[in-house]
Design a protein around this ligand. Sequence first.
Ligand code: NDP
Ligand code: HEM
Length: 493
Amino acid sequence: MTDGPKITTTAGAPLPDNQNSLTAGPQGGLMVQDYQLIEKLAHQNRERIPERVVHAKGWGAFGTLKITGDISQYTKARCLQPGSETPMLARFSTVAGEQGAADAERDVRGFALKFYTDDGNWDLVGNNTPVFFVRDPYKFPDFIHTQKRHPRTNLRSATAMWDFWSLSPESLHQVTILMSDRGLPVDPTHMNGYGSHTYSLWNDKGERFWVKFHFKTEQGHKHYTNEEAEPLIGKSRETYQEALFGKIEDGNFPRWKMQVQIMPEADAENTSYNPFDLTKVWPHADYPPIDVGYFELNRNADNYFAEIEQAAFSPSNIVPGISHSPDKMLQARIFSYADAHRYRLGTHYEALPVNAPKCPVHHYHKDGQMNFFGQKTGAIDAYYEPNSMGGAVEDQTAKEPPLKISGDMDRFDHREGNDDYSQPRALFELFDDGEKSRLFSNVAAAMGGVPGEIIERQLSLFKKVHPDYEAGVRKALKHAHGYEASTISTAAE
Ligand code: NDP
Ligand code: HEM
């Protein structure tokens, strides 16, 4: 016995024995009236919740966003005004692996940020890459199916991945980043984050500007080669958790510089590329990055499940001064995330402490499972709106400027007139010889077991990016797998 806290049932009654179940005689059987044992077993049966359908494996921490620059001419967002400091949560993740997957696997990394602003939560749910594999959300579930397990073998399938990519030239940009050095960062602190989509900022005058958000690591870029990662995974599957948690426990707080690229609203009509296409960046020469401030992560969660696993990020969470854009992918995400949270966490996921805004919350949603907060309408007798009972009313100052849209409703071919090759080429040309050689060997390694027809189709796409890209991968394929084009039955193109 200690003087510390005493165990109780969930109803608060003291628990005299947490070692021996209640039985008829020392040998048993058990008494069904042993509600303490039943409570314990029943709770265990409910410990797991569904893992995220993507980005299941993650690592997170709390910190602060500090604004040191001045972008007040573009936005009225209070959290982006000079001098402002906003508490925040970051969760990093891999995309494809399940919750038990190894951390040091080649994959895109999620880079999800939740800012607890005075005007509600602003979530920027990005990746460590500025672009994505598909540009139409209709293709997102198909793409993710190629990353997850094959229904029959229950193994991940390189054939499915390259089949899909080779039939989707818009994926080339992201595939090139994934297979480059940046596809395998050593830990979450040594990578950049990107909002990726085009969002918008709007100011007090009602003017809208298109914006891209960038978060540049202040720890520097560091990556593993495949050869370095393999033995590491044999030793520990948790290298990211160890690194992020450990650094913060040691007081070695990681930081990222925040930058924005700003595009005047009218420019969107005149760029040579669609500025709302998620497979494209805005070249820095056209839209130079502007320093806004930085964020620092300086506090670990006390309970991983409650604060990181139950964290619910959504691109629908915006605040006055920040808004969306016509990007189709972004628009689908505005729907998809809150829908996923209602399934994964429950109707009132936003009332969980990690998701709860740190400003007053008033709404007229009513009842529902696990509703522990009662009425949020601002007055006891107000449960509908409009009312004359003193309930909360709308706030016209939060009204954003109108977004111009026009055109015929149709299912437009998103591949028509799109240049899928110039930007991957610009990236390829940034790589030095060592980076190019690792790109070739990483692609070849990832193509093990893929049928020749699919390999040839993908090589023809690489060739359109740069002849050296195709030649380099072809040579690496021969080296890695003894692959020869002549060994296949039907070559595409
Ligand atoms: P710039 O030379 O002005 O910018 C190059 C950008 O590429 C920098 O942001 C740099 O990031 C990043 N970069 C450098 N090496 C790699 C790499 N191995 N993998 C991924 N990114 C890398 O050129 P542009 O703006 O004209 O863009 C050229 C290409 O650079 C693009 O096609 C795109 O693939 C890539 N890129 C562009 C970004 C943009 O917003 N314009 C953002 C990220 C990549 P850092 O500053 O951290 O070194
Ligand atoms: C997680 C859907 C594209 C970044 C998720 C989840 C869903 C989802 C359902 C799980 C949410 C949860 O259960 O908590 C989609 C759809 C997309 C899309 C439908 C395209 C139409 C993207 C893009 C990015 C991205 C383009 C980055 C730019 C993330 C991140 C997470 C995530 C970082 C994990 C968030 C966390 O840490 O909790 N996505 N996604 N997704 N997605 Fe997407």
